[in-house]
Ligand binder design. Sequence first.
Ligand code: DX5
Ligand code: ZN
Length: 219
Amino acid sequence: MAASVRIAPSILSADFARLGAEVEAISKAGADLIHVDVMDGHFVPNITIGPPIVKALKPHAKKPLDVHLMISPADPFVEAFAEAGADGITVHPEAGPHIHRTLQFIRSLGKRPGIALNPGTPVDHIDCVLDLVDLVLIMTVNPGFGGQAFLTSQLKKIEAAANRIAKTGRDIALEVDGGITPRTAKQAISAGANVLVAGTAVFKGGAGSYAANIAALRG
Ligand code: DX5
Ligand code: ZN
């Protein structure tokens, strides 16, 4: 099981003054995806990265860019992130009135659509759109900041999402984001997660530690 787990370092915890080099370093260190946390100071209480930075990073990323939009509304910016080089684009159902349409739009741009559920959002929100997505993201912290503690209350939701995904027979990734450490990674994997986002746990100790940090999350 652990062999099929993919690690998606969140560049939120990288050195922003050296983002290109940081992305290259985590790619070499064994990252499977590069997780890009986009925040608008409105949907979440923090501001981070926009399409020009994704575009600048693209040539440095040898791995797919997993873009997590924590912005509202998301629709007006989806195309810009697609053009900037996002490979997957994940949105929150609360970020706009028409999650179904947003996911269709992401697919129409040739990108992999994902749906993200906040800790307070019920798992049923994926039921009517599972046929449209390639990824379900379960937030295990409230979005906005790195370095928060993993909410074990979300393990049941990971299990519930895994069951729903299994029933589709489709290859839909189940990603977990927030507070992932070697200990919580095990819990998330046992619950059915197969993509782990980690910021703090990957970037601690500097570039010399990235490979060991990533390996430690695979269990
Ligand atoms: C939270 C972000 C996460 C976060 C993960 O809003 O979506 O990707 O940066 O960071 P850690 O691993 O430090 O919890
Ligand atoms: Zn994220």
